[in-house]
Design a protein around this ligand. Structure first.
Ligand SMILES: [Zn+2]
Length: 500
C-alpha cells in the first residue's frame, strides 16, 4: 500500500459553500491527507512529511466540473473558427475513405487517440477542471477506447469515461446512410469488460455510457440501457437537440415512453426544451449540460442554463475544445452574460429597463462547481470544499493584474468575471498536485514512455500527429461531404437560408 501523503494549504482565502449554495470566503488552512480534505481550520499543525503550500494572497476554489466534453479531438483544434453546426459535422466528424463516408476518428491511430485524449485532459487540468464527463465517441475499435481511457488515467483528471457503444457496422456508410440494429459484438463485450473492471486510476475514473442513436429500434435501445444498468454503469449521457439539423424528435419523451428516463441521465444542450420536457426532466431528477461557447456559435439555440425552469438541473460543459476554449471560467462568463443580454433585450425592445439583473455571478460559479457535482451524482464527494470530500482544489493568484482588488471585494466575482487560466497557479485532483506554480506536472504512462512526460514532449508528439492527420484531411472534398451529412440528418435544404 502506498504511503499516506499530506498537503497543507495555509493562509488562503477558501471558498466554502453553505447548505443553500451561498459561498463564504474564509481565511483559513486546509489539510489534505491522502485523497481527501481532512481538516479546515486556522493554523493547522501539519504532519512532519506534509507538503506545505503558502496560500497567502491566493483564492482556493473547488475544482471545476465539466459535464460535456469530447476529450480526444486535440489534433483537430482550430478548424472551426467560423463554422456552424453543419460545417462542424462536415469538417470535424466525417471524411471519405475512398469509397465510403466515414468518421474522422477512423483516421486516428491508437497512439493519435492517446495523444489527443491526453492533450484534452491536460488542457482541462491546466484550466482548473478536476472532473470531466467525457462523451467518448472515438470508439472506432476496442483499442481506440482502451487507448483513450489510458490517457485519461495517466493525466490524473477525475472523469466519467462515457463509453460509446458502436452500432453494427461500426464504420457505417453515410451515403446512403445506414446503421444496423445491433451493437458490434466487440463493443458489447468491451462495455461489459470495462464495467467489470471499473473504476480506474485509483477510483478517479468511472465508466459511463454515451449514446445518441435513439432512432434505432426500441428493443435495441431498451436492452442497451437495461444491460448497462445491470453492469453497474451509473451515468448515461447523450446529445439532445431538436432542430432542422437533428430533427424534430423529442428524445426526452421517447426515453420516458420506453421507461428509461431517470436521474442517472445527463442530457447535453437541450436548447429547444419545451416547458413540458423541462418539467419532466425536473420531476425525474435528470440533469443537463449547457455548453455556451459551442451553442452560441453554431446555431443550435441559446444556452438554457439560466432558464428559470431548467436552471436548477443545469451544469456547464466545454463540448469541443477543437472549436473553443477548454476552460469552465469562459463557460461561466459566457453563460452569465448571454443570459443577461437576452433578458435585458426584451425590456429594451419595449422602451423599458429591467430593475435588476436576472442572473448572478454566484449562480454562474455554482453551475461550474456544486451543480456540476449534482449533475454527475457526486455531490457528496466533489463540487465544494468540505471536510471528508475528495481533495479537488484550484488555487488562484489573487494578486495577478486581472484579479487584484476584485479578489478582496468579492472572490467569486473575481473568478467568474476577471480570472483567466493564467491566474490558476495550482491544481490538485484527488489529493495529487497536477499543476504547480503555473506549470503542468509531468505525467506517467509506462506504455508510452519509461520516464515521466513533460508537457513540452507531449506537445511535440501532438504536432507530429496533427501533421500526419492533416495530410489526409486536406485532400477531402468538402462539398461532397456536406451533401452526405445533409443526407445523414435528413436535413431539408430549404431550411438553410442566407437571411430571414
Ligand atoms: Zn458534444
Amino acid at each position: 500500500m502506498a504511503p499516506i501523503s499530506s498537503i497543507l494549504l495555509s493562509n488562503g482565502t477558501v471558498l466554502l459553500h453553505d447548505e443553500q449554495d451561498h459561498v463564504n470566503p474564509v481565511k483559513t488552512d486546509i489539510l489534505i491527507v491522502d485523497n481527501k480534505i481532512a481538516n479546515i481550520a486556522p493554523s493547522i499543525s501539519p504532519p512532519t512529511d506534509a507538503i506545505n503550500i503558502d496560500c497567502t494572497g491566493k483564492i482556493l476554489s473547488p475544482g471545476f466540473i465539466d459535464t460535456h466534453h469530447h476529450l480526444w479531438q486535440t489534433q483537430l483544434k482550430g478548424r472551426h473558427a467560423d463554422d456552424l453546426f453543419l460545417d462542424y459535422m462536415v469538417k470535424g466528424e466525417n471524411f471519405e475513405d475512398g469509397s465510403n463516408w466515414n468518421f474522422v476518428y477512423a483516421l486516428f491511430g491508437v497512439e493519435d487517440v492517446f495523444l489527443g485524449q491526453l492533450g484534452g485532459c491536460m488542457e482541462a487540468i491546466d484550466a482548473g477542471t478536476t472532473m470531466v464527463v467525457d462523451h467518448a465517441h472515438m470508439n472506432y475499435s476496442a483499442k481506440h477506447s482502451s487507448s483513450a481511457l489510458s490517457a485519461t488515467v495517466a493525466s490524473g483528471i477525475r472523469s466519467y469515461f462515457c463509453y460509446n457503444p458502436v452500432p453494427q457496422p461500426p464504420a457505417a456508410s453515410l451515403a446512403p446512410f445506414s446503421f444496423g440494429s445491433n451493437a458490434a459484438e466487440w463493443s458489447t463485450k468491451q462495455l461489459a469488460d470495462l464495467a467489470a473492471s471499473q473504476p480506474f486510476g485509483n477510483g478517479r475514473v468511472r465508466l459511463g455510457l454515451a449514446f445518441d442513436a435513439f432512432y434505432l429500434p426500441k428493443e435495441f435501445v431498451v436492452s442497451l440501457y437495461e444491460r448497462a444498468r445491470g453492469l453497474g454503469v451509473k451515468l448515461f449521457t447523450s446529445h439532445n437537440l431538436t432542430n432542422v439539423g437533428f430533427g424534430a424528435h423529442s428524445w426526452v419523451n421517447l426515453l420516458d415512453s420506453y421507461g428509461l428516463l431517470q436521474g442517472d441521465f445527463l442530457l447535453s444542450h437541450m436548447n429547444q426544451a419545451t416547458p413540458e420536457e423541462a418539467a419532466k426532466l425536473v420531476a425525474k431528477g435528470v440533469h443537463i449540460s449547457s455548453t455556451p461557447e459551442t451553442e452560441l456559435q453554431v446555431a443550435i439555440g441559446s444556452p438554457v442554463c439560466f432558464r428559470p425552469d431548467l436552471h436548477k438541473i443545469s451544469s456547464l460543459g466545454i463540448d469541443c475544445h477543437t472549436n473553443n476554449s477548454g476552460d469552465i471560467l469562459s463557460q461561466m462568463r459566457l453563460a452569465l452574460q448571454s443570459a443577461r443580454s437576452t433578458y435585458n433585450q426584451q425590456f429594451i425592445e419595449q422602451g423599458k429597463v429591467p430593475r435588476a439583473v436576472n442572473a448572478t455571478a454566484l449562480q454562474a460559479f455554482n453551475l461550474g462547481t456544486i451543480m456540476g457535482a449534482r449533475a454527475v451524482g457526486m455531490e457528496a464527494e466533489i463540487g465544494s470544499i468540505a471536510v471528508g470530500k475528495l481533495a479537488d482544489i484550484v488555487i488562484f493568484d489573487a494578486r495577478s493584474p486581472s484579479m487584484i482588488c476584485g479578489a478582496e471585494h468579492d472572490p467569486v466575482a473575481a473568478i467568474v468575471l476577471h480570472a483567466s487560466v493564467r491566474d490558476i497557479e495550482t491544481v490538485i485532483v484527488d489529493g495529487q498536485i497536477r499543476k504547480r506554480e503555473g506549470k503542468l506536472v509531468p505525467v506517467v504512462d509506462k506504455n508510452m514512455a519509461e520516464e515521466p512526460m513533460e508537457w513540452s514532449q507531449i506537445a511535440a508528439k501532438l504536432l507530429h500527429s496533427r501533421e500526419k492527420l492533416q495530410e489526409i484531411l486536406k485532400t477531402e472534398d468538402m462539398d461532397s461531404a456536406r451533401k452526405a451529412v445533409i443526407g445523414l440528418f435528413h436535413i431539408d435544404e430549404q431550411n438553410i437560408v442566407d437571411n430571414l
